[in-house]
Design a protein around this ligand. Structure first.
Ligand SMILES: Nc1ncnc2c1ncn2[C@@H]1O[C@H](COP(=O)(O)OP(=O)(O)OP(=O)(O)O)[C@@H](O)[C@H]1O
Length: 691
């Protein structure tokens, strides 16, 4: 597997280099219209990711916390930043190149510190020490910034390889806390000498004694919690389609396990998924600590971050130390330069620094050792601060279907038991190399473990508590072989059920297709796809954006709260356009606008999706990825509206079946972009009720 990691890393580095060499960015002032073939050929997944920003120049440099070398870049000509998936915390390469983005000559690695779209500015913390002449090397040059994908990031790659080495050398040794987990996951149960603890067939639930599981949970969820609490069971896999309560089950399990005195390490492949879990645990009264780079965390979880807890604990100590330091510096000013007293004061100043450092280390150690739950990403678990802690009683990996196996071994090797939770039919790990994929790197540990012992390690949740059944039945049929059932509590819930929401045909409609293709075959005016001119390879569609905004206005007008609405598109250029349009509507403040990938794990009452693609060749790009569309549709609780050109979308059979399902179980409207007064689209807020 180390070899596969190496192949994948090389493929990623090569892909980045190829993009640099072969895809010069167009000069926006001289863009000629693209042929449809060009649009189709450039609609490939990697180019649709918006991982690059061109035409930048360095504008300032400063020193940030901990001596970070921060360099700010602006888009030439004072333009706004183009749509991008690059976000704070991402590893990036800053390259010097020509004005078309090609011919990179040198490269400096760093991570994004901040992005200010309005000011057209991106600030990068460069991996250079204070005083390096990096800024002067970059100034007056045309620059581009490329995001470095997971494995190509050297630290991630090394951490994954290191975990595999430890697994190979120490995996089955008795001193390894995770030996039973390793034995189980490699089916080595018969060869090792503690069969009692490693009873692979142990399907027993934990006797919970006094503890009562909340009535809120269904029987299958309760069983998952009890199985997860069984200390004799080295591995449990909790699988479940969207909305079946995997994250809710894990949250309850963590609460009970910590009441029973267990220490846990909880991880996920992405920062967004870890933060989702932190948010759910935040109000449970547990002692939890989020470890990781603060710029990669959502502001909502900042108070639980290690850095912020340490700051709070040390605030008065720091103040006291600062006062002492100021006094000493004051005394120093009154001494002669070579005075022996001055030397003594300098010595004391040095000692103060050391004292602070020692105190910081002690505090970090104390906080982490006393934490009931430590949360971080899979690779974040390789942080020496986490690794030097005593082994955990339980390791839990959420969204495990999205992680490559090596990254899961980083946390797993630090605990006595492991729970993997996720869904193989939602987003998968991103693997660029075909060889690595064929070699098995694309197979997540979740998927592999679920197949072991004839499925004996796995517990399946199959009742969903999120979606109206018209939405869930599509996912059930298409992705889960018809096995997903809807809880009666949600099966027929609609937007209109809320007492504050008016009864319109939209609020009574769980599934809606807003089709930009007219019944007689022509496309609504302005609803063609366009390749993003910023050269990111992403697509946008202004007509669809207009229609989507009109629909959102109708929802708000009917009384749906903006925070209960989520707007999604698989294309980041469209996400950017939609953000701009919705920003202009004060009543829409609070609506979540996100790419499909970044919304996995979340939910909203009403979801509106813009599919974007509209071309005569029927090219659908990465819309054809059934897992991505599964995630997009299943975020909705009561209402999904899909805005698309049915003629293009139907070229893909999977998408064609989705539209057919909407036709059968929802409603179809032919839609045209119009003014904000809702002209073309027949959805004014005062529409009659449906019978
Ligand atoms: N037993 C239950 N009764 C009622 N509501 C529930 C129950 N279990 C979960 N829910 C609710 O169902 C919704 C989905 O739960 P959750 O997010 O935990 O599912 P999930 O399996 O993690 O979903 P996804 O895989 O799509 O992220 C949440 O609103 C949650 O509060």
């Amino acid at each position: 597997m180390s070899e596969l990691l190496c192949i994948e890393r090389d493929a990623e580095l090569e892909a980045t280099q190829e993009e640099l060499d072969a895809a010069p960015m167009p000069d926006t002032s001289s863009v000629s219209p693209r042929s449809i073939e060009y649009l189709v050929n450039h609609g490939q997944p990697q180019q649709e990711q918006c991982d690059t920003i061109c035409n930048l120049h360095a504008v300032s440099s400063s020193t940030g916390l901990g001596g970070m070398h921060l360099v700010s870049f602006s888009v030439e000509g004072g333009h706004r930043l183009p749509p991008t998936t690059i976000s704070p915390g991402d590893m990036v390469c800053v390259r010097i190149c020509d004005s078309r983005g090609a011919g990179a000559t040198s490269c400096t690695q760093g991570f994004v510190h901040s992005l200010c779209e309005d000011e057209g500015r991106i600030t990068v913390a460069l991996e250079s020490r204070y005083g390096d002449p990096t800024f002067s090397k970059l100034s007056c040059k045309s620059l581009r910034i490329d995001r470095i994908h997971g494995l190509a990031d050297a630290i991630t790659y090394e951490r994954n390889c290191e975990a595999l080495m430890v697994l190979q050398k120490e995996g089955l040794k008795k001193k390894n806390p995770a030996a039973a987990v390793v034995a189980t996951l490699f089916e080595a149960g018969q060869d090792i000498y503690w069969p009692a603890e490693n009873n692979l067939q142990n399907d027993a639930e934990e006797d919970l004694g006094e503890i009562q599981l909340k009535d809120f949970f269904g029987d299958s969820q309760k069983r998952a919690i009890s199985l997860g609490l069984n200390r004799q069971r080295p591995v449990l896999v909790i699988q479940g389609p969207p909305g079946t309560g995997k994250t809710s089950v894990l949250t309850e399990l963590i609460c009970i396990a910590s009441r029973k005195g267990e220490r846990m390490l909880v991880t996920a492949p992405s920062n967004a998924a870890v933060d989702n879990m932190v948010e759910r645990l935040a109000d449970m009264g547990l002692n939890i600590v989020r470890v990781g780079n603060p710029v990669r965390m959502s502001p909502a979880v900042a108070s639980k971050s290690l850095g912020s807890i340490v700051e709070n604990r040390l605030a008065s100590f720091r103040r006291e130390l600062a006062r002492k330091r100021d006094d000493l510096k004051n005394d120093l000013r009154h001494c002669l330069k070579d005075d022996s007293l001055a030397a003594g004061i300098r010595q004391l100043l040095k000692q103060l620094k050391k004292t602070l450092k020692r105190k910081e280390e002690e505090t970090v150690n104390e906080i982490l050792s006393n934490a009931q739950v430590v949360l971080c990403t899979n690779t974040g678990a390789a942080d020496p601060l986490v690794r030097k802690l005593a082994s955990f009683d339980l390791v839990i990996i959420d969204e495990a279907g999205q992680a490559i196996e090596p990254s899961c071994w980083i946390p797993i090797l630090q605990g006595k038991r492991t729970i993997l939770a996720g869904d193989n039919c939602q987003l998968a790990p991103v693997i660029l190399s075909r060889r690595a994929m064929e070699g098995g790197l694309g197979l997540s540990l979740l998927e592999r473990a679920a197949r072991l012992y004839a499925g004996g390690l796995s517990h399946m949740l199959s009742v969903q508590y999120r979606m109206n059944d018209a939405i869930a039945s599509w996912a059930s049929k298409e992705m889960y072989g018809g096995s997903l059932q809807s809880s009666p509590a949600v099966a027929s819930h609609l937007l209109v059920d809320s007492p504050f929401i008016k009864a319109t045909w939209i609020t009574q409609c769980p599934l809606l297709l807003l089709d930009t293709r007219m019944p007689y075959g022509s496309l609504s005016l302005g609803c063609e796809e366009h390749l993003d001119l910023a050269g990111t390879g992403s697509f946008y569609n202004e007509g669809e954006a207009d229609i989507l905004v009109q629909h959102v206005r109708s929802l708000i007008f009917a009384g749906v709260m903006p925070m209960d609405i989520a707007v999604q598109s698989p294309y980041i250029a469209q996400v950017q356009l939609l953000r701009e349009r919705l920003d202009q509507i004060p009543e829409a403040a609070g609506i979540r606008v996100a790419s499909v990938d970044s919304f996995q794990g979340r939910e909203a009452d009403a979801v509106v999706i813009s599919m974007v693609r509209s071309n005569t060749l029927g090219a659908v790009g990465f819309l054809g990825d059934s897992r991505r569309i599964n995630v997009a549709i299943t975020r909705a609780r009561k209402h999904v509206a899909v805005v698309c050109d049915s003629s293009t979308i139907c070229h893909n059979t999977f998408l064609a079946r989705l539209l057919k399902h909407i036709r059968l179980f929802g409603r179809v409207r032919h839609a045209e972009p119009g003014g904000m007064d809702g002209s073309g689209l027949d959805i004014t807020p005062l529409l009659p009720l449906i019978n």
